[in-house]
Ligand binder design. Structure first.
Ligand SMILES: [Zn+2]
Length: 590
């Protein structure tokens, strides 16, 4: 692969693409006002709730919550990896993909891939001539066909097997070090990382070897050894067996996530060709997104022990934000001391499949966990359940799946879904079920945030409004919730006023100050009396935010001046100056 694709190139590509034209060749779009509608390709439906906005360069499904730019669509719909989607979009637009290292076809990564591929080849040959390794694999019931399909090999003992083959030149040694195939000790001497181990090549989505996992044949330590992070291998992204599973079947009904390579390979030996394993790391969001691009259903298989249960709970939390209608996750807990390898090897594929059929749907597992240790016969217990469920439910994107889960939860608690949704929306302090409401100052946080929300909506829908904007004096110092997101959006929009709203929302989707809400705000209409007045509206809204924050502060100071503590000297100065600042603001607006 060539070097990184510059963000500017990708942004420009999205901006110049006609999202309607590209989607039209894949799904049936109907014009509806300024937008287009279709039956959503990502969840089954009869009435269209999938909308495409050419102006915003953005699609959104009101049924399942799927949304994104044209790149996101290509990834989801054509099941492409990010780089593949960029390449596809570039070719639709008739341009060449630009890579950071210039436009050269070969980049520093190419020799690393080549080296890893040749190493895999050598390990294959060594396996064929090693009685010890063959005997071991036979003991593990691994057949030759599967070993070949997974390119399983053997790294001989000794310290310089790969060094002898590739380390003759300085470049050769450098490439070995870069791929993590050799190590350098403190005295500066180099030696092979993998010695006397069964080698499992880890392949990326295009089938290129990016690293290895190595297993000892006897009782040595560590039992499993992985390649380190390298320029071509990222553990948080790669999944062992995904490439092989997709090759075995392009339309995967579901994928199993298991713990180790031996599980993946043992299952494959028994005709179960859809297992993948993370590489010594917990499941990450990147993993999940790759899995859901390959299939709609994921089944996590965990050992029944404590560590397995902890890993399952973590996996659940990573999965929730990725859930939309049509997607499913299930959890299988094997008996303590068992793993998929031992189950298929000792009891056969049939027994394993029977266990799979018993796996718990995510919602069952979630409720089971939330309910454990809570006395549901008491009002306190029910309130506690609602409270525990809140952060979980809020992780799920709005849409049908979330509704279904809310419905089930409401049944458990004995409330209407609507009442429960209200409970979950409001913080406990403001919620009489949990605690007595606190008395609030005159200006509530909600009032203030509605202006911030409006300002965010304005920048989002019309980035050009931020072009020549000067922030009102004192605005920089504000710290209310949502302000940091707003400030950054303003900066980004001012820098690139022609940016399409969909891309702006996507760039900030991970922002911790409410970035997720941007997608929803983008789907809401903004009504202005005069379409050409976006900049005036934005300026007025920023002034209103500032004014409200200052009024709030003023009220706080009044209350404090009346209290026994009184005001400090700095607060007294602030108290004197605030009314003037407010007056200036009010005049500035009218
Ligand atoms: Zn949908």
């Amino acid at each position: 692969m060539a070097g990184r694709i510059p963000q500017d190139f990708i942004n420009d590509l999205i901006d110049r693409s006609d999202i309607v034209e590209i989607l039209q060749t894949r799904i049936q779009l109907k014009k509806a006002g300024r937008e287009y509608k279709a039956c959503c390709p990502f969840h089954g439906e009869k009435t269209p709730s999938f909308t495409v906005s050419p102006e915003k360069g953005f699609y959104h499904c009101f049924g399942c919550g799927a949304h994104g730019t044209v790149i996101g669509f290509l990834m989801e719909h054509d099941r492409l990896e990010f780089v593949e989607a960029v390449e596809e979009l570039a070719s639709i637009n008739g341009v060449d993909v630009v890579h950071e290292a210039g436009n050269k076809p070969t980049t520093p990564a190419a020799p690393l891939y080549e080296l890893l591929d040749q190493a895999a080849q050598l390990f294959r040959e060594e396996l064929r001539s090693s009685d010890k390794a063959i005997t071991y694999l036979k003991q593990r019931h691994l057949d030759g066909e599967t070993a070949g399909r997974f390119r399983i090999g053997y790294a001989p003992g000794g310290w310089n097997y790969l060094l002898k083959h590739f380390g003759g030149s300085e470049t050769g040694q450098e490439h070995l070090l870069k791929t993590g195939m050799i190590l350098r000790n403190e005295e500066g001497r180099v030696y092979d990382r993998f010695r006397d181990r069964i080698m499992f090549p880890i392949r990326d989505s295009r089938g290129r070897v990016v690293g290895f996992g190595g297993r000892v044949l006897d009782h040595g330590e560590p039992k499993y050894l992985n390649s380190p992070e390298t320029p071509v291998f990222h553990k948080g992204r790669e999944l062992y067996g995904l490439y092989e599973a997709r090759r075995a079947n392009r339309k995967l009904k579901h994928l199993l996530v298991v713990e180790g390579y031996m599980d993946v390979v043992a299952l494959a030996c028994h005709g179960i060709n859809n297992a993948v394993a993370t590489l010594g790391t917990a499941t990450t969001t990147d993993h999940l997104q790759r899995l859901f691009r390959a299939t709609n259903e994921i089944i996590f298989c965990f050992d029944g022990d404590r560590a397995g249960r902890d890993a399952a709970w973590r996996a659940l939390q990573i999965t929730l934000p990725e859930l939309r209608e049509g997607r499913q996750a299930r959890f299988l807990f094997l008996a303590d001391g068992q793993d998929p390898d031992s189950v298929v090897s000792e009891q056969g594929a049939e027994a394993f499949n029977q266990q799979l059929a018993q796996s718990l749907p995510l919602s069952d597992y979630l409720l089971q966990q939330l309910k454990s240790g809570i006395d549901l016969s008491s009002v306190d217990g029910l309130a506690r359940l609602a409270e525990l469920a809140r952060p979980m439910v809020n992780l799920i994107p709005e849409g049908v799946y979330r509704e279904l889960l809310l419905g089930r939860l409401a049944d458990e608690i004995g409330l209407s879904t609507q009442r429960l949704a209200t409970l979950l929306d409001n913080p406990p302090a403001a919620n009489p079920t949990y605690a007595a409401p606190r008395s609030k100052p005159k200006n509530t946080t909600n009032q203030r945030s509605s202006h911030i929300r409006h300002a965010i909506k304005l920048v989002l829908h019309h980035p050009a409004a931020a072009k020549d904007l000067a922030l009102p004096e004192g605005f920089e110092a504000l710290t209310n919730p949502g302000i940091s997101l707003l400030k950054e959006l303003l900066t980004a929009a001012a820098k690139t006023p022609k940016m399409k709203p969909g891309r702006l929302a996507e760039n900030f989707a991970e922002h911790q100050d409410g970035g997720r809400a941007l997608q929803t705000l983008l789907t809401q209409e903004v009504h202005l009396d005069n379409e050409s007045n976006w900049d005036i509206e934005l300026r007025d809204t920023l002034n209103a935010i500032l004014r409200e924050a200052l009024e709030y502060r003023h009220n706080e100071l009044i209350a404090q001046a009346d209290s026994p503590d009184g005001l400090s000297d700095t607060e007294k100065t602030e108290f004197r100056e605030l009314p003037q600042q407010l007056a200036r603001l009010r005049h500035g607006i009218s």
